[in-house]
Design a protein around this ligand. Structure first.
Ligand code: ADP
Ligand code: MG
Length: 390
C-alpha cells in the first residue's frame, strides 16, 4: 500500500512522523489521440493507481524530497529553486526531483505573495513508470496538491495542472501538453474528463462503467519502435502544414465538412494526416454525446473507428497493436484502440468485467502464437483525481 510506504519513507528519511498525506492518480485516454497538440478535444480519465505524498512543514525555508524510487533525499533552499532549472541544459538536481521541485518553483512563481514555509515530502507510487499512464503527472499532481494546502494557495485544479505542466516543460525539459495534468487534477470516479485543449474548458462526463459492469483492459505490448520519435515529429509537422495551408490556426478549426476541400489541396499522405485529426475530434464529441444518450456499451464502434484512423490515416499503429485490438474484439471486447503516441506502447479494450479474463487469455494466446513479446495486461476504470487523503 503506497500510502503506508510514503509515510514510512517520510519517517525513515526525516526522523519524525508526517503531518498530512496527499495523492494523485495516473491517467488513461478513452478517446482523442494526437488531437491535443492540434488545439482539439480529448477524453482522458484518472485511473485507480496513485502516487502518494507524505508531507510535513519545516521551520525554515528549505525543501527536501525523497522517493521510494530514489531514497537519498534532495534538499534545496526555496529561494534557490529558480537556479536549478537553466533554460538550456539539464536540471542541477537528479532528474526525478525536478518534477516535484519544478512544481514548487512554478507555484511560487504563480503566487509570488504567498507565505511558503519549507517542506519535507516523501513520495511512494503505484503508477508504473513509462507504461503510458503518466506517472509524471501523478507525482506533479501529488506535489501540487500538497503545496496548495500547506502553502494555503487556494488554487483551483486547472491552476495546479498548469503548474505541473510548467514543471515538466521548463524544469524537467519534456515538451508535453496539458492533457495528463488536467486528467489527473480533475478526475472523478466513474467519469471521464472532457478537455478542450485550446480553451482548457473541462467537463466531467459520467461514463456509467460501474452500472454497466465495464472496465478498460490495458494491453501493454512492451514494444517501442526505433522510429517513434521521428515519426511523432513528422506527424506534428504534417498537422502544422495542414493547418497553415488551410488558413486556420490549428486543425481543430476544421470540421468534417472541410475535408473535401482539404482533399483537393493536399497530397495523399498529408490529407490522411489531416483527416485523422479532424475525424478524431469529431469522434471525441460523438463519444461524449453517445455516453449521454445511449451509455457506455454504445461507444465501442467509436473506439474501433479511432483505431482504424490511426492505423490507416495517421499510420502510427504496429502489428502488435493491431493484433491486440483485433484479438480483443474477436474475444468479445465492445471496442478497442491503440492509445498514446504510437509506434508501440499500449492498446485499450472496453470489456464487460465478466469477459475480461477471456479477452486477456485470447490476446495472450494470439501474441504467443505469433511470437510477439508477452504483453502486460491489467484492468483500469475511472477513479478520483488528486486529493488530500489524511
Ligand atoms: P510516464 O509515461 O510514466 O509519465 P515519463 O517519462 O513522463 O513517463 O515520467 C517518468 C519519470 O517521472 C520517471 O522517470 C521519474 O523521473 C519521474 N517519477 C514518476 N513517478 C515518480 C516517483 N514516484 N518517484 C520519483 N520519480 C518519479
Ligand atoms: Mg509522462
Amino acid at each position: 500500500m503506497s500510502a503506508t510506504a510514503a509515510r514510512a519513507l517520510f519517517e525513515s528519511a526525516f526522523g519524525r512522523p508526517s503531518e498530512a498525506l496527499f495523492s494523485a492518480p495516473g491517467r488513461a485516454n478513452l478517446i482523442g489521440e494526437h488531437t491535443d497538440y492540434n488545439d482539439g478535444y480529448v477524453l482522458p480519465f484518472a485511473i485507480p493507481s496513485r502516487t502518494f505524498a507524505a508531507v510535513g512543514v519545516r521551520p525554515d525555508e528549505r525543501i527536501r524530497v525523497t522517493s521510494t524510487f530514489s531514497p537519498e533525499p534532495v534538499e534545496v533552499a526555496l529561494s534557490e529553486l529558480a537556479d536549478l532549472f537553466p533554460s538550456e541544459g539539464t536540471p542541477r538536481v537528479p532528474e526525478w526531483a525536478a518534477y516535484p521541485l519544478g512544481v514548487a518553483w512554478a507555484l511560487r512563481e504563480r503566487f509570488p505573495d504567498a507565505v511558503t514555509p519549507g517542506l519535507d515530502i516523501a513520495f511512494a507510487s503505484e503508477v508504473p513508470v513509462g507504461a503510458g499512464l503518466s506517472s509524471s503527472a501523478a507525482i506533479e499532481g501529488a506535489a501540487a496538491s500538497a503545496m496548495n494546502a500547506l502553502w494555503a494557495l487556494g488554487a483551483d485544479a486547472t491552476t495546479l495542472a498548469l503548474a505541473g505542466r510548467r514543471a515538466e516543460n521548463e524544469a524537467v525539459g519534456a515538451p508535453t501538453g496539458i492533457m495528463d495534468q488536467m486528467a489527473v487534477m480533475h478526475g472523478h470516479p466513474d467519469a471521464a474528463t472532457f478537455l478542450d485543449c485550446r480553451t482548457l474548458e473541462v467537463a466531467a462526463i459520467p461514463v456509467g462503467f460501474v452500472d454497466a459492469d465495464l472496465e478498460l483492459l490495458v494491453i501493454d505490448t512492451r514494444t517501442t519502435h526505433a522510429h517513434s520519435t521521428g515519426g511523432y515529429r513528422e506527424r506534428r509537422a504534417s498537422c502544422e502544414l495542414g493547418a497553415a495551408e488551410m488558413g486556420v490556426p490549428a486543425l481543430r478549426d476544421l470540421t468534417v465538412a472541410d475535408l473535401a476541400r482539404a482533399e483537393e489541396r493536399f497530397d495523399d499522405v498529408t490529407f490522411r494526416r489531416v483527416r485523422h485529426i479532424v475525424t478524431e475530434n469529431q469522434r471525441v464529441l460523438d463519444t461524449v454525446a453517445t455516453l449521454r444518450s445511449a451509455g457506455p456499451t454504445a461507444i465501442g464502434d467509436l473506439l474501433v473507428a479511432s483505431h482504424v484512423s490511426m492505423r490507416d490515416d495517421f499510420e502510427i499503429s504496429t502489428i502488435e497493436l493491431d493484433t491486440a485490438v483485433e484479438s480483443a474484439l474477436a474475444a468479445g471486447a465492445l471496442g478497442a484502440r491503440m492509445t498514446g503516441g504510437g509506434f508501440g506502447g499500449a492498446a485499450v479494450a472496453l470489456v464487460r468485467v465478466a469477459d475480461a479474463e477471456a479477452v486477456e487469455a485470447a490476446v495472450r494466446a494470439t501474441f504467443a502464437e505469433r511470437g510477439f513479446r508477452e504483453p502486460n495486461v491489467f484492468a483500469i476504470w475511472p477513479a478520483d483525481g488528486a486529493h488530500r487523503d489524511a
